[in-house]
Design a protein around this ligand. Structure first.
Ligand code: ATP
Ligand code: SF4
Ligand code: MG
Length: 385
């Protein structure tokens, strides 16, 4: 398997990310997405912010329906017409949400590409795999038809498939092979960012491990940034530099991947970690071990902290306060009242734990040792309901 040079690279790779002021290739700020439906507006993503430096990998985890795919699709403006989006998504300093259509087309595949959840549905069933991999090269003028065919064959080899598979139709490939073909397609125009949405869901554990290793090698070898989505924290902890845990449309915990996985500061992050090791077990996606109930319906979110009806650490005040991300140790943050010091609580106007006779069932999260200001209070003033 070749790794050092991407096959679709006879043209120049786009100039290295100049990135924004923070050195990040991707900068998402206060992203919110709601879907208009017959039953009303569904707030699927609520004020999500994160960034990604060139060559780094961010994992996004959370139960089914928490908004992971909606975030992924919003990054490249691939959401359906029923979606209403606000906030900003800066790709190399340019706001994707404000781009003209022509510019957006140029950025898709060449600036950032996406490996979709479930390759069978993402690939065109009536077009040969090689043609589908060659298509972005042709659309973006990176190659003439003969060159594109050659590069598609090289890309297939790069992801561990024989070149002759270019002549296969998707139904002639196994699930793992299709996922490899999707990855080849995503690499074709040498993007600087790949968004991988559950790239190994529905694959058996052995194939899943192979695909993850492949992604790891390719991303490292090509210095691509990656946003990888999974409901499985253990997979992300192994693959990514940083982890963001989502719940009910929000990021509720963020930090270095191994630290979040080993010692989550948010009770929901802790429950997800406790579901390990269950790689490939679809049940873990629905109910992390030890966590009662189901995720809330986004159209009917509980008051206060959306996690409070299921939270083993909930206090009485949790139904009245809606915490955003606060510093929770060095380079970490969590959206939980338990990471606040009494001084921070007072500064933010959060009712103290014993106010209103609330039942405190024990304190597991350490307060932020630096006593810093709330993470999202700086760009986005903290809101308390
Ligand atoms: N096109 C749509 N129209 C209306 N609601 C939608 C649409 N797509 C997603 N939703 C809703 O938005 C919420 C977030 O969905 P999303 O697909 O982003 O979740 P997810 O975290 O990717 O879940 P999964 O792990 O099952 O893939 C869900 O409540 C879902 O029902
Ligand atoms: S704010 Fe309260 S309910 Fe929410 S995660 Fe923290 S302890 Fe649990
Ligand atoms: Mg999804």
């Amino acid at each position: 398997m070749k790794q050092s040079t991407p096959a679709g690279a006879t043209g120049e790779r786009p100039a290295p990310a100049t990135a924004d002021a923070g050195g990040r290739y991707l900068e998402v700020d206060d992203l919110s997405v709601s879907y208009r439906t017959a039953g009303g507006e569904i707030p699927a993503v609520r004020g999500v912010s994160f960034g990604l430096e060139p060559g780094r990998k961010l994992g996004v985890a959370g139960e089914s329906g928490c908004g992971k795919s909606t975030v992924a699709l919003a990054l490249l403006r691939l959401l359906p017409r029923s979606a209403r989006t606000s906030g900003s998504v800066l790709l190399d300093g340019e706001d994707v949400l404000a781009m003209r259509w022509g510019r957006l087309r140029a950025v898709r595949w060449s600036g950032a590409s996406i490996v979709f959840q479930g390759a069978m549905h993402a690939l065109n069933p009536v077009q040969r795999v090689g043609g589908q991999i060659a298509e972005p090269l042709l659309v973006h003028g990176r190659a003439d038809p003969a060159q594109a065919r050659g590069q598609a064959a090289e890309l297939l080899e790069q992801v561990g498939l024989p070149a002759w598979r270019a002549r296969s139709y998707p139904h002639e490939l196994s699930g793992g092979q299709r996922q490899r073909a999707m990855i080849a397609m995503a690499l074709a125009c040498r993007p600087q960012l790949i968004v991988a949405d559950e790239p190994t869901t529905a694959l058996d554990v052995m194939i899943q491990a192979q695909i993850l290793r492949l992604i790891d090698e390719l991303v490292a070898g090509l210095d691509i940034s990656m946003l990888m989505i999974s409901h499985d924290l253990s997979v992300l902890a192994e693959t990514c530099d940083r982890l963001a845990v989502m719940y009910a449309g929000r990021i509720v915990e963020e930090g270095p991947a191994e630290e979040v996985f080993a010692a989550a500061r948010h009770p929901y992050g802790a429950a997800l970690s406790a579901a390990f090791p269950r790689v490939g077990d679809p049940a873990s996606r629905r109910a992390p071990r030890g966590l009662p109930g189901d995720p809330p319906d986004p159209a009917e979110l509980p008051s206060g902290c959306a996690f409070h009806p299921r939270c083993p650490e909930a206090q009485e005040r949790c139904s009245r306060v809606d915490p955003l991300l606060w510093p929770a140790g060095a380079d970490r943050s969590a959206a939980c009242v338990r990471v606040l010091t009494p001084e921070q609580e007072r500064a933010a106007g959060v009712p103290p734990a014993d106010e209103g006779g609330g039942a405190d069932r024990g304190h597991t999260a350490e307060p932020d040792p630096d006593g810093a200001a709330p993470a999202q209070a700086r760009p986005h003033p903290q809101e308390w309901s």
